[in-house]
Each structure stands twice: as structure tokens, then as C-alpha cells.
Write a protein that binds this ligand. Structure first.
Ligand code: FAD
Length: 487
């Protein structure tokens, strides 16, 4: 039996383990933390439960697929419900929009409350679908670094349609052409932040993202986001995968041009294949530190995605106007992105994302209270004065939410925890604390992301948000699929 060692029990590492176990490999995962999930983890504090990282669940079929692959019924492990309202949007001018999952209702909502028409929305979503159909096979589901991908008929057909993916102008430019109303341009520009990019620079190809949300839907896992990690770990263990926690891999051992195994503090573990789910930057800089000749310099220098600042607040009140997902938009989106990307700082009026899982999972907060996950996009860590920036952001966010909800929020917070770029880097070894690996701020980003397989070392593979096809749970799960196919 061949042995696979996986470095890191992030969602991609666990998914890769499941796929290789199904293929008949003996699989062992080494995880530096005492728990699985990496960014997709949870914690409890004073009667409140919080999902620590991801809060929006899209493309659940990629999770189901793992159970089906193992011949199991996904519903015996993991369930989720579809959201009828994907998100509530609050604007500083008093406008409130409900993004209904149903396209007709959603486009009517926009037609009723803004200067844009229902047809403009329907047309935009159709365009989003077209981009998905062209890019899905080429950019997401397969390796971009293998000749075979380009010889397939569906790839060739997509390549002929490439001009349609709108890669030559920015997302903001395309959205400005599609909509009259600045609020709706802002609404669709925000999708760039789903992979930590900047809509004023990212190619309009990222207009594919609304399709994922509106067509495939937004979902809420029973048990919260962490249930994704828990159910996958359960399946992996049943398939014989061994999890070794509190054990960082310190070195990838290579002999000649071939993998020999990994070294932890305690021992050397021999393996036929090694898959790193660790951020690719640290994989090279820490685990292959003695082999600088192997480091793909250009790839490692790619601009990183933005990071996040999160306040986890226990709030002793329930707000009927809030739902699971809520957005409070900045009055000046351009200035906000200039601060994140050019000034590498935090704008005084940031767009605030508020997620409240206790809306659907009541026991996540005590009676008459709510667990607020309050997040803003911030630059990746380059040594900013974070303590000062965080204190200012805290004041500004509380003022903004108090203003738009017409209630002094600061008086209702009875519990607080904070996650910032430094702690994201520390907890999950993500370079600069970026949350989606590299950014997609130019049209070549997809091609410049690190491949899933080493071209120099036989038996070395890579999965997770810092490599192809990119960050976010669905893409991480696809990276696992590509790796298993390549292995
Ligand atoms: P990671 O989660 O990065 O885990 C890597 C694991 O490797 C960690 O457990 C780490 O401890 C371990 N490790 C690292 N080095 C070593 C070593 N040397 N030895 C052993 N173990 C090691 N995605 C969405 O789809 N929807 C969202 O709403 C969303 N929101 C997000 C919000 C936040 C605040 C964050 C942080 C992320 C969000 N994401 C979201 C992105 C998503 O969480 C990530 O893309 C995904 O979880 C990354 O998974 P991964 O497999 O790359 O591994």
C-alpha cells in the first residue's frame, strides 16, 4: 500500500485525504494545531459559539461529492438549508435591499428600490452564468499546468469563447456599464472581495461569482460552518485516515529528485507522496528552506489577497431587521479600496459584514442575545500599526452600526474576541494573514497561481487556498480533487 502524508488539516487537506483513502492510499495528516479545519474552525466563549472564519457556504455539492465518492449518504453526516434571502444590504442613505435567492424577486427588489431595471439584473446574471460556463472547466476543475487539460474538447471550446469572459476591463468598469445606479454598481463590485480582490483592478471575469451565489444558492449548514469540518473529519477517520494533531511538519525530505517523506520534531515519516496544505509560501520558505533552487520565485512574489479584521461580539439583544448575512456599505467604496490596496491601511468608513449564526442556530447565543461576527476587509500584514488601526476601526464600526440600526451598539456588547491579519498568520501559517492566497487583481492571476503538483520533485503536491484554483471553500475542495486526479 502506498503512503500519503498530508501537511495540514485545512478543508483541502481533509478533502484530499478522503480522496486518496478512497483510492486505496494509507493516509496520515499532520496538523500543527490541536484541532482540524484551519480557517474553518470554531470557538466558544461565555455562552456564545462562533464560526471563526468562513460564514458563507456555497457549492455544497462539492462537499456531498466526497461522501458519495466513499459510497456514503451525505445526509447521514451533514445537512444544510437553502437561504431564501441571501443577504441584507444597508446603505448610508437609508436604502435597504434584500438579496432574494429567487432571481425574479431579487430583480424586482432592485427595480422597486433603485434606478435600475429588473431586466438589467437578469441580463447581468445571465452574463455571469456565461462566464461560469466558459471558465469552469478550464480555470476551476482541472490543472492549468497539464497538457491534457488543453487537449480536451470542452477546454478547446472554452478557449474559442475566451473573449466572452471579459478579462480585458475591470469588474468596476463592467458593472458601471451594466448599471445606472451607483448602489447597484457597489452591490456587484463587492463580489470581488469574495476572493480578497479589488473590483477597481480585478478583471470583469470575477463577475462569475454572483452566478455561484444566485444560481447554485447560498446555504447554511446545520450545526454551523464548523459542521463541514466535523463531518469531513468523521468520514476521513472512518476511511482509515490518521490525524496527528499538535505536530507541525518541519521539513519535506527529498532524495535526488524524489520525495522521501517529512520530518516532525519527533521523527521522520517516510511517504510515497507528500501533499502540502500549508500555505505554499511557507511550504517553500520553511519546509524546503535548504533548497532555494526549487523555489518558484515569480510565483511566490504574486500579490497576496486582502486579509480581514473580525470582532466576535456577544450582543445582548435580538435585532429583527437583521438576518444571517448583513452588509453595511461604505459611503465611498473607491476610497475604501484605495485604503486597503494603495495605502495599505483601513478606511474610516469601512464596509461592514455582519454574520449572525444564532439567527438560524438558536443555541449559538444565550436567550435574547445574538453572536455577532463583524468583519471588515483589511490589507494583508506588512507590519502596519495594527493595535492602533484596530482600536480606530472598532470605534468606527460601532458608530456605523449604531447609526444604521438606530441603537447604541457599544452598550450591548458583553463579550469580545478579535482576529486580525497577525493572528490569522499565526494560527494557520497563512503568509501575511491573507485569507484567500494570492489576489486576482489582474487578468493573469489564474495562470500565476502555484500549480497543484511540483514540476521538479516527483511525489510532491499542493492543495488549499494558496494554490490553483484559489481560495474559498469550494475552490479549496476543487484543489483536492485536482490533486487526487494528478496523484
Ligand atoms: P487552511 O484553513 O489555511 O489550513 C491550513 C492548515 O495547515 C492549518 O490548520 C494549519 O495549522 C496547518 N499547517 C500549516 N503549516 C503546517 C505545518 N508545517 N505542519 C502541520 N500543519 C500545518 N471561504 C468561503 O468559502 N466562504 C467564506 O465566507 C469565507 N470567509 C472567510 C473569512 C475569514 C475570516 C477567513 C480567514 C477565511 C474565509 N474564507 C471563506 C476562506 C476559507 O476559509 C479558506 O479559503 C479555506 O478554509 C482554506 O482552507 P485550506 O485548506 O487552504 O487550509
Amino acid at each position: 500500500q502506498q503512503k500519503a502524508v498530508i501537511i495540514g488539516a485545512g478543508v483541502a487537506g481533509i478533502a484530499t485525504a478522503i480522496r486518496l483513502a478512497v483510492k486505496g492510499y494509507e493516509v496520515e495528516i499532520f496538523e500543527a494545531n490541536s484541532y482540524a479545519g484551519g480557517k474553518l474552525s470554531q470557538f466558544e466563549q461565555n455562552g456564545y459559539r462562533f464560526d471563526a472564519g468562513p460564514s458563507l457556504f456555497t457549492m455544497p455539492q462539492y462537499v456531498d461529492e466526497l461522501f458519495q465518492l466513499a459510497g456514503r449518504d451525505p445526509r447521514q453526516y451533514f445537512n444544510y438549508q437553502k437561504l431564501n434571502v441571501v443577504c441584507n444590504y444597508f446603505y448610508e442613505d437609508g436604502t435597504r435591499l434584500h438579496a432574494y435567492a429567487d432571481t425574479e424577486k431579487f430583480s424586482e427588489e432592485i427595480a422597486n428600490k433603485t434606478a435600475d431595471s429588473a431586466q438589467a439584473v437578469v441580463k447581468h446574471l445571465a452574463n455571469s452564468r456565461d462566464i461560469y460556463e466558459i471558465t469552469n472547466h478550464v480555470f476551476l476543475e482541472r490543472s492549468l499546468h497539464r497538457l491534457q487539460t488543453y487537449l480536451r474538447w470542452d477546454t478547446i471550446r472554452s478557449i474559442f469563447r475566451l473573449p466572452q469572459i471579459d478579462a480585458m476591463r475591470t469588474m468596476h468598469k463592467a458593472n458601471t456599464n451594466a448599471f445606472k445606479d451607483a448602489r447597484i454598481v457597489q452591490f456587484f463590485d463587492r463580489y470581488a472581495t469574495y476572493n480578497g480582490s479589488n473590483p477597481y483592478h480585478a478583471p470583469a471575469t470575477l463577475n462569475v461569482i454572483p452566478h455561484l451565489e444566485h444560481h447554485f444558492g447560498a446555504w447554511f449548514p446545520e450545526g454551523g460552518m464548523y459542521a463541514i469540518t466535523q463531518s469531513l473529519v468523521r468520514l476521513a477517520i472512518q476511511l482509515g485516515v490518521k490525524f496527528t494533531y499538535n505536530t507541525a511538519v518541519d521539513e519535506i525530505i527529498i532524495e535526488g529528485e524524489k520525495i522521501r517523506g517529512v520530518r516532525t520534531k519527533e521523527k521522520v515519516v517516510e511517504a510515497d507522496v507528500v501533499i502540502s496544505n500549508m500555505d505554499v509560501w511557507f511550504t517553500y520558505k520553511k519546509l524546503l528552506a535548504d533548497r532555494p533552487n526549487l523555489h518558484p520565485k515569480k510565483t511566490l512574489e504574486q500579490e497576496r489577497s486582502s486579509s480581514a479584521l473580525i470582532f466576535y461580539w456577544g450582543v445582548k439583544k435580538q435585532f429583527s431587521e437583521l438576518d444571517l448575512h448583513n452588509i453595511f456599505f461604505s459611503a465611498d467604496y473607491k476610497a475604501e479600496f484605495e485604503h486597503i490596496w494603495q495605502k495599505q491601511s483601513i478606511y474610516h468608513d469601512p464596509t461592514v459584514y455582519l454574520n449572525i449564526s444564532s439567527k438560524l442556530k438558536r443555541d449559538d447565543a444565550p436567550t435574547n442575545s445574538e453572536n455577532w461576527f463583524v468583519m471588515i476587509n483589511v490589507p494583508a500584514n506588512s507590519g502596519q500599526e495594527w493595535d492602533k488601526l484596530i482600536a480606530e476601526a472598532r470605534t468606527n464600526i460601532q458608530a456605523k452600526l449604531s447609526r444604521l440600526l438606530k441603537e447604541d451598539i457599544s452598550k450591548l456588547i458583553e463579550n469580545e474576541s478579535i482576529l486580525d491579519p497577525r493572528s490569522i498568520e499565526l494560527k494557520t501559517s497563512s503568509y501575511k494573514g491573507s485569507i484567500y492566497g494570492t489576489s486576482s487583481n489582474n487578468q493573469f492571476a489564474a495562470f500565476l497561481r502555484h500549480a497543484n503538483k511540483s514540476s521538479k520533485i516527483k511525489g510532491l503536491y499542493f492543495c488549499g487556498g494558496s494554490v490553483h484554483p484559489g481560495g474559498g471553500i469550494p475552490l479549496c475542495l476543487l484543489s483536492a480533487k485536482i490533486v487526487a486526479d494528478l496523484v
